[in-house]
Design a protein around this ligand. Structure first.
Ligand code: NDP
Ligand code: HSE
Length: 445
């Protein structure tokens, strides 16, 4: 049997994920060596502060602040620093010095993926990033490899653990967004700057990566439509519950026919949406993620599991490491994603979906017919109307008479964003409507 020399593994970052990767590399040294056919020697961990307290007890001598020297002596570099710089420069240095790379950095890949993949291609290096989307869940490799012979039409996913955790806590425990975010941060789910989570940037980065893989098309981050969860109110959550829905932050990637040109295009978008409580996505709780993939031959597939967390994400990082280390040992190029289809990425106003609109209206005869007329004038048809009343408060000493109002939750059939926007403008201007309290999309069959 051929004896291969140990592969030198440099780890950049020793935080939530990095510390767990280091622990597993050290604890499972023998088992991993058997799987790879060569030893994986952790030669160092680059951090900012070698004296910082770690979540895991790791040998002090492994830590360094000299990332560049570590990279130069490595066969494999694992980047778990996060952010754009210096991560981008370090990955390019690793590739150009002949190392293969594993990263979990969706922010970097969504912005500079084409540059990094081209650099890797040029020198025949491998660049693996399973952990960049949906934490522990295998979804990058299934899209890139397993489904490479199929045609993916749609992806519907909960891909951000922090926001799913927050929405779940707001729904189940009545927590505020701030309270739930503090817990998610303490549990290691949130990004270093949690704005990336709650404003939907992290999910948009993942949507760009998923759409690029699924549609063999480079989908730039700036073409992903994005709304976060910071405007989701307890009232919206309550109104969703009453109507049999739950609010989830969804990433949606789909093939569309552009009604304007008749040509095929793709859309990638992220927003909070009503999901029926009977839909499997409604049962995704805490920091879990789930990704539905609809492929032409395979039909619907669902991938479910831990979407964030240090040790869970370390599983995906180590999977990438073992996979590329095996190729390193036996030779041959890695499996690169393709972008040959080069489909146009369509803006949000070409998208058709369903909506849930909550209105405060005056409670008087003929209001429902007036509201229905507003929708009908814009060609938007109604699927559901739920009404609840606010009783009239009678005048008493020093109090004015408050007329009774009604809250309407209206569900529509599929309509374009443009038709919906025009309808909402008309509703806001109508005298029977006191307030357009909320407009959210409805997703999932
Ligand atoms: P952390 O913030 O917990 O850790 C970052 C690490 O990088 C720290 O050890 C820090 O050093 C080190 N670091 C920061 N800047 C530098 C620098 N300039 N030079 C050297 N080291 C540096 O991040 P996570 O472990 O949570 O995330 C790492 C990556 O994994 C990110 O790309 C993230 O998006 C991704 N990811 C995270 C998941 C999670 O659940 N946490 C899940 C999926 C992906 P020091 O410790 O000294 O401060
Ligand atoms: N902050 C990210 C999340 C980590 O909450 O999903 C996993 O990518």
């Amino acid at each position: 049997m051929i004896e291969y020399r140990n592969l030198r593994v440099a780890l950049l970052g020793g935080g939530s994920v990095g510390a767990q990767v280091a622990r597993l590399l050290l604890e499972q040294r023998e088992e991993l060596a058997n799987r790879v056919g060569a030893g994986l020697e952790l030669v160092g961990i680059a951090v900012r502060d070698v004296d910082a307290e770690r979540t895991v007890d790791l040998p002090r001598e492994l830590f360094t602040t000299d990332a560049e020297s570590l990279i130069l002596g490595a066969d494999v570099v694992i980047e778990l620093i996060g952010g754009i710089e210096p991560a981008r420069t370090y990955i390019l240095q690793a590739i150009n010095s002949g190392a293969d790379v594993v990263t979990a950095n969706k922010a970097l890949l969504a912005l500079h993926g084409p540059e990094l993949f081209a650099a890797a291609d040029q020198v025949g290096a491998q660049l693996n990033y399973e952990a960049a989307v949906a934490g522990a869940i295998p979804i990058v490799r299934p899209l890139r490899d397993s489904l490479a012979g199929d045609k993916v039409n749609r992806i519907l996913g909960i891909v951000n653990g922090t926001t799913n955790f927050i929405l779940d806590r707001m729904d189940a425990d009545g927590d505020t967004l701030e309270e739930a975010l503090a817990t998610a941060t303490a549990l290691g789910y949130a990004e270093a700057d949690p704005t990336a989570d709650i404003e939907g940037y992290d999910a948009a980065q993942k949507a760009a990566l998923l759409a690029s893989l699924a549609f063999h098309t480079t989908v730039p981050l700036e073409s992903v439509y994005r709304e976060g969860i910071t405007r989701v109110t307890p009232q919206q959550i309550e109104s969703a519950r009453k109507a049999g829905y739950v609010i989830k932050l969804l990433a949606i990637c789909e093939r569309l026919t552009d009604a304007a040109t008749g040509q095929e295009g793709v859309s990638a978008r992220v927003y909070p949406a009503f999901v029926s409580r009977s839909h499997p996505l409604a049962a995704v709780h805490g920091a879990n993620n789930a990704v539905f993939v609809e492929a032409e031959a395979a039909g619907p597939l669902m991938f479910y599991g831990a979407g964030a967390g240090g040790v869970e994400t370390a599983s995906a990082v180590l999977g990438d490491l073992v996979s590329l280390a095996r190729r390193h040992v036996v030779g041959g190029p890695g499996f690169a994603a393709s972008s040959h289809a080069d489909l146009p990425v369509l803006p949000i106003d070409r998208v058709t979906t369903r909506y849930a609109i909550t209105l405060e209206v005056t409670d008087e005869p003929g209001v429902l017919a007036t509201i229905a007329g507003v929708f009908s004038n814009r060609g938007v048809s109604l699927a559901l109307v739920e009404q609840s009343m606010t009783p009239e408060v009678s005048a008493s000493a020093g109090q004015e008479l408050v007329p009774s109002t009604a809250t309407l939750v209206i569900g529509t059939h599929a309509a374009t964003e443009a038709a919906l926007a025009a309808t909402v403008t008309d509703l806001a201007a109508n005298s029977v409507v006191t307030t357009v309290a909320s407009v959210l999309r409805v997703e999932g069959a």
